[in-house]
Design a protein around this ligand. Structure first.
Ligand code: AMP
Ligand code: ZN
Length: 459
């Protein structure tokens, strides 16, 4: 298998990828902060990770992917307290919504979704190791990482952080840090806050320690790939490296991959803070199809280039998908054991193996479709050629996952309805309901009539 080449933020180069363990990739992705619904900017990053995961699997690797859920941080604590409920009660709704959104966008599930609140003691354990090794200090009951004890700090972001020295204490936040670069590992409880009683005192973990503790818990002290959006590079990932490597003395991560931001129409990063965001739910309510959103966010630009979000982008995605669907229909019924034509296959795979260049791959695919359509119209395409073209479409769809092949949806709907009828017979109404929701996410509405279930497509 031709190797995959990936851009590593650490080296600033596109490098040939090889995992530490033959045939097995261990990968950690920074997940959502579940204080609200995720916005489509967040989903641009999660879709980039889906692309990476699918490509790794296509390369023949077994993938163990871990994505954390940040379910304790300032906004969550405040919003839960304002609502007079616990952190768990507050985050439940957003965690559930997040998983629904993943399904709507056909993002493959990671192997693990550890929650910060369920790993407090692993974090405390890691901080205790850092204490023993002299990397920390306590101020006003909170524990800090002392950056001065980790000379390699700043390698990932290639930033000169030496300018941020002690003395320039201008913008140090309300916690008492010795050096503005230092960051909090354990925050002492503030009045009225939900807290954990631990060996470090009553309090809660800082954000950065969460990802170090959970990634190493599930993937080991050294693993292959760590991903996130570019805003995670500094300080979050820089701090993760400092904590993890200071504790273990080993290289934490081999390849660091970062997705560029989704921007609004005027080039600002889409963010909750600027209120210039849309959630997936907003777009669905406006009538956009999930697969158009998936396609737009995945193919609108290479993952390392910013992408400006606009209704035009979604419209272009919609018509691209229509062309793919129509091409599948035009090819007609074909043999299913064919192989894709080697030239387009090599172009497609070649672009993707070159640092996941999906926009280029899609460009090649549409060139191929255009040429093939001319042959179809002239009645020149043989059944074997049509079967090969269909095989190419199926191959591309293992990554894109947006094409509706003729008959495929109906067959899947019928299968799910039969499974739901079974579940109802067993009086497993939870499962029956889950299937109804799954169908809804596929754009299928189910009605139970006296003649049995009937289904129809929404919009
Ligand atoms: P958060 O829920 O804020 O912790 O973010 C979850 C993920 O979304 C992180 O990997 C962020 O880097 C990423 N992210 C946040 N905003 C954007 C954006 N506008 N475009 C792309 N990714 C983003
Ligand atoms: Zn993280």
């Amino acid at each position: 298998m031709t190797p995959l080449r990936l851009h590593n933020t650490m080296s600033g180069q596109v490098e040939e990828f090889a995992p530490l363990e033959t045939g097995h990739v261990r990968m950690y992705t920074c997940g959502p902060t579940v204080h609200d619904f995720a916005h489509i900017g967040n989903f641009r990053t999660f879709l980039f990770e889906d692309l990476l995961r699918r490509m790794l699997r296509q390369q023949g690797y077994q993938v163990t992917q871990v994505m954390n859920l940040t379910d304790v941080e300032d906004r969550i604590i405040k919003k839960a307290a304002d609502a007079g409920i616990t952190i768990d009660e507050f985050t439940e709704k957003y965690i559930e919504a997040f998983f629904q959104d993943l399904d709507t966008l056909r993002i493959e599930r990671a192997e693990q979704y550890p929650r910060a609140t369920r790993h407090i003691f692993e974090m405390v354990g890691l901080i205790e190791v850092l204490n023993e090794k002299g990397h920390t200090y306590v101020s006003d009951g909170s524990t800090y990482f002392r950056i001065a004890t980790f000379p390699r700090y700043g390698r990932l972001s290639h930033l000169d952080v030496s300018g941020l020295r002690a003395g320039a204490r201008v913008d140090v936040d309300d916690y008492g840090k010795d050096d503005p670069r230092d960051f909090v590992l354990w925050k002492a409880r503030k009045p009225g806050e939900q807290a954990w009683e631990t060996a470090l005192g009553a309090g809660r973990p800082g954000w950065h320690i969460e990802c170090s503790a959970m990634s190493m818990e599930y993937l080991g002290e050294s693993f292959d790939i760590h991903t996130g959006g570019v805003d995670n590079i500094f300080p979050h990932h820089e701090n993760e490296i400092a904590q993890s490597e200071a504790a273990t003395g080993k290289e934490f991560v081999r390849y660091w991959l970062h997705a560029q931001h989704l921007q609004d129409a005027v080039g600002e990063k889409m963010s909750k803070r600027l209120k210039n965001f849309s959630t997936l739910r907003d777009l669905l309510a406006e009538g956009y199809q999930p697969r158009a959103i998936r396609y737009a966010l995945m193919t609108g630009a290479h993952y390392r280039s910013p992408l400006a979000f606009s209704p035009e982008l979604l419209k272009a995605a919609d018509s691209a998908i229509k062309r793919l669907d129509e091409f599948a229909v035009r090819l007609g019924p074909v043999a299913i054991d064919a192989k894709p034509p080697s030239e387009i296959l090599q172009r497609w795979d070649g672009a993707l193996r070159d640092d996941l260049n999906l926009p280029a791959a899609v460009g090649h695919l549409f060139d191929f479709i255009k040429t093939f359509n001319t042959r179809l119209e002239a009645g020149q395409a043989t059944p074997d050629e049509r079967a090969a073209a269909m095989a190419m479409l199926r191959h591309a769809n293992r990554i894109l996952d947006v094409i509706e092949f003729p008959g495929a949806v109906d067959a899947e709907v019928e299968r799910l309805i039969a499974e739901r009828e079974d579940a109802r017979e067993r009086r497993d109404f939870a499962r029956a309901d889950e299937i109804r929701q799954q169908l809804l996410a596929m754009g299928i509405q189910l009605d139970d009539t006296k003649d049995g279930p009937r289904w129809k497509r929404l919009r």
